[in-house]
Ligand binder design. Structure first.
Ligand code: 13P
Length: 252
């Protein structure tokens, strides 16, 4: 039985004061005990969040990106997975579509980040997803499996014992357009089936999150699907009531 996980990606939002307020608001909500919870603040706010009480409730702290290089060195502007582990991160997003598209990250770069994350003892959340044009051309499956394969071929299926996958269709991110539960389930099933072909047990146990306009109003029906193990939540994770309601939906 896979545990559900709800992860909040705070993206490039917040300043110290608003993060403090969000932490207070989050602490005032109720959360189910049977759901994993993780938050991904901006790099600048990792320590602030790490020092907060929430993490004593065993929430996971994660970063939104890490360097391709693991060892500390002359890499201006970069943050190593080792440095993230040092401020109590246990997870890191790799290959988010906003980085693939806006920062021109290739599959090869994303693969190196995945490896760096695991080498530092972090769990990478590998983000996959097709654009609207790719979906309309009937290429959603091909796109997602190509992105997955770029990492899988390099690291081997065994690495997915200590990794999480997030399916985030680009057309559903920040648009208010959520994939229907059936659309999301179809791709989740394809991803899991593909991993199972490589290793039945790992395919069965890997957590696959859905991301793209998840909110309290649609979370329960998404999380009820067989291969959806929780959500990677953007906008709604900045609102404590919404975020906690999404966590509760995952607990039912
Ligand atoms: P939204 O929930 O704002 O659509 O963002 C999804 C996302 O990109 C999470 O990583």
């Amino acid at each position: 039985m896979r545990q559900k996980l709800v992860a909040g990606n705070w993206k490039m939002f917040g300043c110290r004061a608003s993060v403090e307020q969000l932490l207070l608001d989050l602490a005032a909500q109720e959360y189910p005990a049977n759901v994993g919870i993780a938050v991904f603040p901006n790099f600048l706010h990792l320590q602030q969040v790490s020092q907060n009480l929430l993490l004593q409730k065993k929430w996971n702290l994660g970063a939104q990106d890490c360097a391709t290089e693991l060892e500390l060195g002359a890499f201006t502007g970069e943050v190593s997975a080792k440095q993230l582990a040092d401020v109590n991160c246990s997870m890191v997003l790799v290959g988010h579509s906003e980085r693939r598209i806006l920062q021109f990250e290739s599959d090869q770069v994303i693969c190196r980040k995945f490896i760096a994350a695991q080498s530092a003892g972090l769990i990478p959340i590998l983000c996959l997803g097709e654009s609207l044009a790719e979906r309309e051309a009937g290429k959603a499956e091909e796109t997602v499996l190509t992105q997955l394969n770029a990492v899988l071929q390099e690291v081997g299926v065994g690495a997915f014992k200590h990794a999480i996958i997030a399916y985030e269709p680009v057309w559903a991110i920040g648009t208010g357009l959520t994939a229907t539960p059936e659309q999301a389930q179809e791709i989740h099933g394809i991803i899991r089936g593909y991993l199972k072909q490589h290793d039945e047990l790992i395919g069965q146990s890997v957590q696959i999150l859905y991301g793209g306009s998840v909110k309290a109003a649609n979370a329960a029906e998404l999380f009820a699907m067989a291969d959806i193990d929780g959500g990677l939540v953007g906008g709604a994770s900045l609102n404590a009531e919404e975020f906690s309601a999404i966590c509760r939906a995952a607990g039912n």
